[in-house]
Design a protein around this ligand. Structure first.
Ligand code: AKG
Length: 284
């Protein structure tokens, strides 16, 4: 077993400096420019009163999904459904990421969901959470996400923090374990409903040792859906863009279309807005 495989099994995440090369990043920048413009235009039409996003997506089930920041309906927090809306991501990037994951796990994975967090100035924060609880409407109970940083990620602009070794930090605390393809993993106590929907409880967060991930454009982090993570607000003057491609084992089935069919139909459902700085995280 390689060091990386060992580390991934132990920590639930690994950081790969320069995981993507300049050509990949050039393609992603082009894709982002087109997708971000589309996302911004959708928000502007909503603010101009042409529709509510929730009603719009009930009809426009094939369109890019955009979610505004909680404090500003014209500010893009994130856009999603990237593979469906962008050819170069579909044909070039996703197959490449699948190869990375197969190299790490020896298993075939398929895309479950994708998103870009724009994290514009003043945007964020994403409270401490485990991604798996946001995906529990679907069969797979284990996922692997590749985070790709388009901008340098710093303390000031809200870099990600991962739990260094939460299993050791929380050993013996009687937390429920679930059997996953990667062994027994813990789903930590979290808040349910209201503005803290999906956040890992403060009491548990305080017992976790966190590691900040300072990254350069092209660096990637590969992490499973159980490893706790969070990021603070972007206090800088520039966006901190990062894309996240989440996969599940092919043997569990292909849920990409089913996931986005539900998300278009139930745009406001808080289950889709766990620990995010969006209005939908405020209600249940
Ligand atoms: O983009 C970030 O800083 C955090 C992302 C995250 O945790 C999420 O989208 O679930």
């Amino acid at each position: 077993m390689s060091d990386q495989q060992q580390k991934f099994i132990e920590q639930g995440y690994i950081v790969l400096e320069k995981g993507l090369d300049a050509t990949d990043m050039g393609l992603l920048e082009q894709s982002n420019a087109q997708l971000y413009q589309q996302a911004q235009a959708l928000l502007e039409d909503a603010v101009a009163g042409q529709y509510t996003l929730s009603n719009y997506y009930k009809e426009a089930a094939d369109d890019l999904i955009v979610v505004p920041e909680i404090d500003n309906p014209t500010k893009v927090c994130r856009y999603e459904y990237i593979r469906a809306c962008n050819q170069s991501v579909r044909e070039h990037l996703v197959p490449k990421l699948q190869q990375y994951i197969k190299g790490l796990t020896g298993v075939d994975f398929v895309l479950f969901k994708d998103k870009c967090n724009a994290k514009n100035p003043g945007g964020g924060a994403f409270e401490p959470h485990q991604d798996v609880i946001a995906y529990n409407k679907f069969k797979p109970n284990y996922h692997i996400t590749v985070a790709i940083f388009l901008d340098e990620s710093t303390k000031e602009n809200g870099c990600l923090h991962f739990a260094k070794n939460y299993r050791a930090d929380l050993a013996g605390k009687g937390i429920n374990r679930f059997t996953t393809p990667a062994g027994e993993l813990q789903v930590l106590p979290s808040d349910s409903g209201g503005s803290k929907n999906g956040n890992i409880t403060d009491e548990i967060c305080q017992q976790i040792n966190w590691q900040e991930i300072l990254a350069k454009p092209g660096d990637i982090v590969i992490f499973d859906s159980y490893v706790p993570h969070y990021s603070n607000k972007n206090e800088s003057k520039y966006p901190r863009r990062a894309m996240f491609f989440t996969f599940n084992a092919k043997s569990d089935g292909d849920f990409y279309q089913a996931y986005y069919q539900m998300k278009h139909a139930e745009f406001d459902n808080p289950a889709f807005h766990i620990a995010t700085p969006t209005a939908h995280s405020q209600t249940l």
